[in-house]
Structures are given as C-alpha cells and as structure tokens.
Design a protein around this ligand. Structure first.
Ligand code: VGL
Ligand code: ZN
Length: 197
C-alpha cells in the first residue's frame, strides 16, 4: 500500500474574493497544510482554462452564470470566468504549501470542461493522472480541496472506479452547493465506495 494526498483546486478564484468563490474556501488551507506533513506524496490539481473557455457563461449570448446547458458531451453548468491561465485567480492560495510532487492542470481544452482530475467531462478523455499514480505504485488516495460537489466529487468517484481506495476528508473541503449539488455529490461518492470522514 502506498498513499497520496490529492489536493483539488485550492486556487484564489475559489476562495473569498475570487471569481467563483466557494464559501469558506480559504478555511481549508491550514488544514491541508497540516495534512501534507503526514503524506509522503502530495499532488495538486489546478483548474486552468484558456480565456473564452466554453464553460464560461460569458461566451454564450443570453446565458447567465450557473445556467445548465447541453454540450456535445452532456450537461454542463456555465460558470463565471475563472481560473484563466496565468491570471492571479488561477494561482494557488498564497498560503498553500507548494512542496508537492506533481501539479496536474485540467480544463485547458477550449471545448470541454474537466471537473475530475482523471477524466474530462466527457468522462472518457484521460488527463494522464491514472498512469502517473499507477507507475508510482500509489493505491490509496485521500482527497481534499474545492469544491466538494464538483471537482472533489468527480475526482473521487473516478478514482474509486479506477480501483483506488479513496477517502475524502470533508473538514478540508468546501462546497458550492448549487441546487442541492452537495447532497447529490455526497450520495454519489458513498455509492461509488468512497469513504467520507
Ligand atoms: C470547479 C467549477 C468550475 C471546481 C472548477 O474546482 O470544483 N468548479 N471549475
Ligand atoms: Zn473550472
């Protein structure tokens, strides 16, 4: 057994004052920093969109943030512009420890969003993270970060489906909670065999 801490999207745009602020998003930073000390392997993900990304409501006439639309790959929530490549909002929270082994960027293809650290939102295009973890012999993952009901949720479910033993430390996560999305995400993670603690 070899374990890793997977820190999801602890970036300025998901913290108070950011473009897609998650309530209490910055509160997870000291908790995650402390958890990092207990893991030999720490990985960070970074939401990393080109300007004009198709998940941005601003790219569609008549659309508003948080509208749900149909994309060729399935349903997609439209978001405020956020985590634009190289912008201050896309940077990690300034107090997040940066001594991680890997930074995995996702959401960089203009036509498709990527909530999960493993697959883009078509649930088929791999990010390469599975290969990285497998070749390093990592079998157990603990997930923390933002947002519980989107990127943490999809990453956890995909990891469980890929055969990892997955835990989510809820104290070190915060949710957007859009129309009950936190309850849906919690049920989906439990269903997939993810341990919430
Ligand atoms: C996320 C919405 C859009 C997340 C990323 O990190 O949960 N949510 N992009
Ligand atoms: Zn995003």
């Amino acid at each position: 057994m070899s374990d890793a801490l997977l820190v999801i999207d602890v970036q300025n745009d998901f913290c108070p004052g950011g473009a897609l602020a998650v309530p209490g998003g910055d509160e997870v930073v000291p908790i995650i920093n402390q958890m990092m000390e207990r893991f030999g392997t720490v990985l960070l993900t970074q939401d990393w969109h080109p300007a004009g990304h198709s998940s941005f409501a601003s790219t569609r006439a008549g659309a508003a943030p948080y509208d749900l639309v149909e994309m060729p790959y399935g349903p997609q929530v439209l978001w405020p512009d956020h985590c634009v490549q190289g912008s201050p909002g896309a940077a990690f929270h300034a107090e997040l420890r940066s001594d991680a082994d890997l930074i995995l960027r996702k959401g960089f293809r203009p036509a498709i969003d990527s909530y999960s650290a493993f697959f883009e939102n078509d649930r088929a295009t791999p990010t390469g993270l599975d290969g990285y973890l497998r070749t390093r012999g990592i079998t157990d993952l603990t997930l923390v970060g933002l947002a519980t009901d989107f990127c943490v949720h999809y990453s956890a479910v995909d990891a469980a489906r890929l055969g990892y033993a997955v835990s989510v430390r809820m104290e070190a996560c915060r949710a957007i909670d859009l129309d009950g999305s936190l309850a849906t995400a919690t049920a989906a993670m439990i269903n997939a065999g993810v341990r919430l603690f």
